[in-house]
Design a protein around this ligand. Structure first.
Ligand code: SF4
Length: 94
């Protein structure tokens, strides 16, 4: 069943940020402070974070959601005991 996210998404502060894609979907090494600052003012940070946490590790490897980077979200998953299937691509090579 697909959840309806339209209610909380309609309240997202980032919807009104010019060039939001550039601010929230950073290239490697770019600073996430601007996006995190915007998220800190958002009334739906919790909903946004839970939404992002519903993705698996591979789907959730880009962007700032709920004021967190992908690595920070992964840390939350691990703290909650939400473990993705680890695929070690190097171990199958002989
Ligand atoms: S928490 Fe941040 S990314 Fe999520 S909806 Fe709010 S402003 Fe957008």
């Amino acid at each position: 069943m697909v959840k309806d996210h339209s209610e909380w998404v309609s309240k997202a502060v980032c919807k009104s940020v010019p060039n939001a894609t550039k601010v929230f979907f950073l290239e490697r090494g770019m600073n996430s402070n601007a996006a995190k600052k915007i998220c800190s003012t958002c009334p739906v940070t919790e909903e946004c974070l839970e939404y992002a946490l519903s993705f698996n590790l591979y789907e959730d490897s880009f962007g700032i959601f709920g004021g967190m980077t992908p690595q920070e979200r992964e840390n939350v998953r691990r703290a909650r005991g939400i473990v993705d299937v680890d695929v070690d691509l190097t171990s199958s090579q002989s």
